[in-house]
Every structure is written in C-alpha cells, then in structure tokens.
Ligand binder design. Structure first.
Ligand SMILES: Nc1ncnc2c1ncn2[C@@H]1O[C@H](COP(=O)(O)OP(=O)(O)OP(=O)(O)O)[C@@H](O)[C@H]1O
Ligand SMILES: [Mg+2]
Length: 372
C-alpha cells in the first residue's frame, strides 16, 4: 500500500488474520501505519523511481490516498505492475473536475457545476444560477475540507486560484443531510453494498457517522446503493468505493464526491459489519471472494477523535473503558495537532440516542474537551 496514514494502518490490521504479506511505502517512519508495519520503505510517492523500486515483488499495489501523480501510475502500469484500483478508475477520485464530467456523462445526479477560470468567471457562474454563495474547490489535493471554500462575492473568490490548480465551482446545495454509499468491487465483477450511512461534518471534517442512516426510506436507500454499484461498475473500480452524497430537502440524492479506498464513512464497519471495509478492500484487490457487508447491530455509530490537548492518554483510557465496556477505541498513533483526526470510537446497540451519546462522550473525553 502506498501512503502511511491511518487507512493503511487499518488495512494492514485487516490483512493480518488472512496472512497477507503487507508492504508499505511511507513518507516517514513516524507515520501512522509505518509505526506498525514491519516491511516499510521510507520514500516519496511523488518520485517514480521510488515507486518502481517499491512495487518490485508486490502482487498488487493499492493506495491509502489519491495523491500519487497520474503519470507515475501510468508508468507503473506500463511496467506491468498491477495497480488496484487502476489508473482509469482512480483518475476520477484524483480530480474532481474529471469526476464531475464523467458522472454527468453517465447521467448521475450532481450539483450544478463547471470549471471556472478566475473570480470574474465565478461571478458569471453565480449569475447563471441563483447567485452567490457558491462553492469553489481545487480539483486536486483537497482533504478534510481543505481545498473547499464557500464564497459570497467576487472579492471572496481570489484564494482558491492561488494554488495554481484548476478550480471547480458548484452550487451550494441546501442539503437536508449528507449520506455515504459504500461499496466494494472485485476484478471478477463481484460487488457488495454496505448499508447507506448518514455522515455529519463539522467545519468540513467528518465528525459522526450513523449506520444505517436513520429514517432513510427503503426506496432512497436502494437508489443510493444502486447508484454506487453503477458508478463502481462503469468506472471499473476495484476495491472500496465511497460515494459521498447529499440528500436534498425534496428527497433526491446528488453525488458530492468519490473516494476509491477505505473511507472515514466506512470506519463503523470494523465493529458494526460482518466484514469491515478494510478486510473487503484487501479481498477485492487480491481478487478474492468478498465478505458479507451485513450489520451486526441495529445501530452503529462512529465518532471521530480530533486532536485537542490530551492531558493524559491513559487516564482518558481508564475513564472511557471503565465507563463503557462496550466501547471500541481505534487510535492511530498520530501526533496531536488541533483539529487533526487522531482516532475514532465505534459504539453499537439498540437505542440510537444512547449509542450516539456514548460515542460523543468518549470522543470528547479522549480529546480532552470534557473531564467527567
Ligand atoms: N456543493 C456543495 N454544497 C454544499 N456543501 C458542500 C458542497 N460541496 C462540499 N460541501 C461541504 O463541504 C464538505 C467537504 O467537501 P468535499 O467532500 O468536496 O471536500 P474534501 O475536502 O475532499 O472532503 P473529504 O473530507 O471527504 O476529504 C462536504 O462534506 C460538505 O459538507
Ligand atoms: Mg468529502
């Protein structure tokens, strides 16, 4: 796996019981996955020769992020390296402009959008619709809301253009809530769909995921799953595909974006599904039969732990574990920076309000924002 973040750490973990030999390319030995994987190469994924040397002896190469330059992926494919998902699919997760264009062609419902050239062009885009505010996104390199702006005037619209990356404008969707449809597809064309989840973002960062999405009609749920399966098949995705969705107030779904790797909206599956997204990603990229995506509890809630100032990690553990023996803690071993994702907790049970409260309490306590 290329990329040493928490997704690689948890993918490695899922491969252990299957006896999979897992090799990692990581920027530094301190990265989340590099701390726990024994076969680590430290190097820069932006360097083709580093990638080539890393890929030697791998049956298959997969990714924990979408930032490996496309030309390097093409070069590796030309060398005969098996990359899953392949470059033709991955392009759509790497570039939001390419993704929008392709989904539009496939008839997938998306927010109104187009590539904009400069702030004046943003003003024209606004006039073509309902005016400001509009959403601007750099087509590449964004994560956790970085690379996304809500702009209210032409004067506001200068920042996104400074990075020198093409900028995509979108209507600001007045959504009722955000959903995610997670599916996994194998090279054989087998696919599984997890229950559709609700995902709640705070300041552009995923905060809570509820599985399944409360009150979602069976019709809309089936529509979202079918949409995700269709996108996976049309784009030839191999591995885990997360389709981030907006549920509009009039009961429609629009696609926000795609991720072709395990995703934050699927972390609940570690404790709430028969087969986790990480285990199924491993199975898919190795072309093994996929595992059941069914839930193991009525409700599972994933609550992210963001960096705060832990006064004392183990004191926090004592409290959290004693208070809630059913709590599932997943920490990433990452340095604490304010707002950075450093872990998550999963809770599950029959009473949604209770399951949510337990997750919220543990995440806040681990972060250090509450002390009792
Ligand atoms: N067109 C839109 N209308 C309304 N809200 C939007 C729109 N696009 C994005 N958002 C909000 O901003 C959040 C982040 O946007 P997006 O998912 O495109 O960025 P990202 O930084 O790539 O995300 P991620 O955290 O998934 O890596 C969304 O989850 C949503 O809350
Ligand atoms: Mg997103």
């Amino acid at each position: 796996m290329v990329g040493g973040g928490q997704l690689a750490r948890m993918t490695h973990e899922a491969g252990i019981p299957l006896g999979i030999r897992f090799k990692l390319l990581s920027d530094t030995p301190q990265d989340s996955a590099a701390q726990v994987v024994s076969d680590v190469v430290i190097g820069d994924y932006r360097d083709l020769e580093t990638l080539r040397a890393f890929a030697q002896g791998c049956d298959v190469v997969t990714f924990d992020h979408e930032h490996v330059p496309a030309e390097h992926l093409r070069a590796l494919e030309a060398d005969g390296v098996v990359i899953r998902p392949g470059i033709e699919a991955l392009l759509h997760a790497q570039d939001k402009g390419v993704m929008r264009e392709r989904l539009y062609e496939a008839g997938v419902p998306c927010p109104r959008h187009r590539i904009v050239a400069d702030p004046e062009d943003v003003a024209r885009f606004a006039e073509e619709g309902d005016g400001f505010p509009v959403v601007l996104k750099t087509v590449r390199g964004g994560y956790d809301g970085k690379g996304v702006w809500v702009v209210r005037s032409v004067e506001d619209a200068a920042d996104p253009f400074r990075a020198g990356v093409p900028v995509l404008a979108e209507e600001l969707v007045d959504f009722a809530r955000e959903l995610a449809a997670n599916v996994v597809r194998s090279p054989h064309g087998q696919a599984v769909a997890y229950p559709v989840v609700e995902s709640i973002q705070v300041n552009g960062v995923c905060d809570t995921v509820i599985a399944p999405a409360p009150g979602l009609s069976e019709a809309l749920s089936a529509q979202a799953q079918e949409l995700a399966l269709k996108i996976a098949a049309e784009l030839g995705v191999v591995g885990h595909l997360a389709v981030e969705l907006f549920e509009t107030k009039d009961g429609r779904i629009l696609v926000n974006e795609l991720a072709m790797r395990p995703h934050n909206s699927g972390h609940w599956t570690q404790d709430g599904a028969v087969t986790s997204q990480f285990a199924n990603h491993v199975r898919a990229v190795l072309d093994l039969p996929l595992g059941a995506p069914n839930t193991r509890a009525k409700w599972t809630v994933m609550t992210n732990v963001l960096g705060g100032d832990y006064p004392d990690m183990y004191a926090a553990y004592l409290h959290c574990m004693a208070r809630d023996p059913g709590l599932k803690i997943h920490m990433y071993g990452k340095g604490v920076k304010p707002g950075r994702k450093v872990g998550h907790v999963n809770t599950y049970g029959d009473d949604l309000a209770d399951v949510r409260e337990r997750g919220r309490h543990a995440a806040d306590y681990l972060r250090g924002t509450i002390t009792e």
